[in-house]
Design a binder for this molecule. Structure first.
Ligand code: DSN
Length: 429
């Protein structure tokens, strides 16, 4: 049976036509964003172009439905189809990440991490996690976050030269502070994680092991990076919209003994009704993530990151940790070009190359004027760009940052970028 047997198809086209007529201001902004995404190169490592089917689910009638509870145990009627999609999303998550339980309801990355801490720990308990300026996320205990004041975070840092984590130091801090949880994962760290080393220390002190895989969830799913569950980890969280190419949202994946506490913590502990349009989109994403094509994509993301970082290094760029093992890199623009990250981001914005200003380890500068920028390859790879294209990107980036006030150069590069992008259509646009 077609869901659309009584109406014209596709619905989104009809809806956009209505939007154009009824709210031209919002329509104009939407068109502007679409053009921006089409004509520019997206290098923010946490952003991507989602699958067209994901956009279809997000704009679907599942938006209309409240579904507090879990499949088979809801607090509102009318759940035949929401139960179907949530079961699909959960089963697919378990299969893709090879885990025993999945909760696909968290509304965001912050909510998913908070649900884990609040569900498994008591306020005041100690958690070890990576320091914000060394690559950890706000929810990994940054003092400005609510989690930072609710729990006692002990932060580990990275080596200033090669970016490695000193596991002797982590072990001695763990023995001294007796964390209930050891957390690895990052938002701005261009290296892989030694899960075995973390797990050994956690076992020694009896800590729960958690990985926040938000940035590289898609690369784990595509079998291009290690899966923490293969090292015996207890909990893995991941957002669904970064390298995974799904809708904005989060998932908590875990071993069976943690399942009940995690579910109770997400709902009713932290959230009310899940966004079932996003859950439907997560189901679609996880079906895509099981394909050979997605595996090829994930591996190409890493190859492109190696190519881009290599080309930048050849141009004399100072990259934090000296390169990358994953999909991202952080360039110290202060050291390389004498520009702070805000200025570098603005210069690149002007030529339609989108990056984000980024603090570097122990940054002497404040977060809104930090010393670097962060770049990554998931979105460019989605458009079909390959290693040779990364050489071209590196050339434009360095030329513009060497001549930040040369209007002639910036205007020429802007045109070249726009022409180049026409060869790499954004899926679905
Ligand atoms: N905003 C995400 C990122 O850019 O890494 C993390 O929350």
């Amino acid at each position: 049976m077609s869901l659309n047997e009584n109406r014209s198809f596709p619905a989104s086209v009809t809806n956009l036509a209505e939007l154009e007529g009824n709210d031209p201001e919002v329509f104009a902004a939407l068109c502007g964003e679409e053009t921006r995404e089409r004509n520019g190169i997206e290098l923010i490592p946490s952003e991507n172009y989602t699958f067209p089917e994901v956009l279809a689910c997000l704009g679907s009638v599942f938006t209309n439905k409240y579904s507090e509870g879990y499949p088979g145990r809801r607090y509102y009627g009318g759940q035949t189809f929401t139960d179907q999609i949530e079961n699909l999303a959960r089963d697919r998550a378990k299969s893709v990440f090879r885990c025993e339980h999945a909760n696909v309801q968290p509304l965001s990355g912050s909510a998913m991490n908070q649900a884990v801490y609040l569900g498994l720990l008591e306020p005041g308990d100690t958690i070890m996690a990576m320091d914000l300026s060394h690559g950890g996320h706000l929810t990994h205990g940054a003092p400005v976050s609510h989690m930072g004041s609710l729990f006692n975070f002990v932060r580990y840092v990275t080596d200033p030269v090669d970016g490695s984590i000193d596991f002797d130091q982590v072990r001695s801090d763990a023995l001294r502070t007796k964390p209930k949880m050891m957390l690895c994962g990052y938002t701005s760290y261009p290296r892989d994680i030694d899960y075995a080393a973390f797990k050994a220390i956690a076992d020694e002190v009896g800590a729960i092991t958690m990985t926040d895989a938000s940035h590289f969830g898609g690369l784990v799913a595509g079998q291009a990076m290690n899966n923490p569950f293969d090292f015996g980890f207890d909990i893995v969280t991941t957002t669904t919209h970064k390298s995974l190419r799904g809708p904005r949202g989060g998932m908590v994946l875990c071993r069976k003994p943690f399942a009940k506490k995690i579910d109770k913590s997400v709902f009713p502990g932290l959230q009310g009704g899940p966004h079932m349009n996003a859950v439907a989109a997560i189901a679609v994403t996880l079906q895509k993530a099981q394909t050979i094509e997605f595996q090829a994509y994930a591996h190409q993301v890493l190859k492109n990151a190696k190519a881009l970082s290599g080309a930048l290094l050849d141009e004399g760029a100072d990259l934090v940790t000296g390169g990358t093992d994953n999909h991202m890199m952080v360039m110290d623009t202060m050291k390389t070009f004498g520009l702070d990250g805000r200025v570098a981001e603005e210069v690149l914005d002007r030529v339609q190359i989108t990056t984000n200003k980024q603090i570097i380890p122990d940054d002497p500068n404040p977060p809104l004027r930090p010393s670097g920028i962060r770049m990554g390859t998931p979105a460019a790879t989605t458009r079909g760009m390959l290693e040779s294209d990364m050489l071209q990107l590196s050339g434009w980036i360095c030329e513009c940052l060497r001549h930040p006030e040369d209007e002639g150069i910036l205007s020429r590069v802007r045109g070249e970028v726009e022409a180049f992008c026409q060869g790499f259509p954004v899926p679905g646009l």
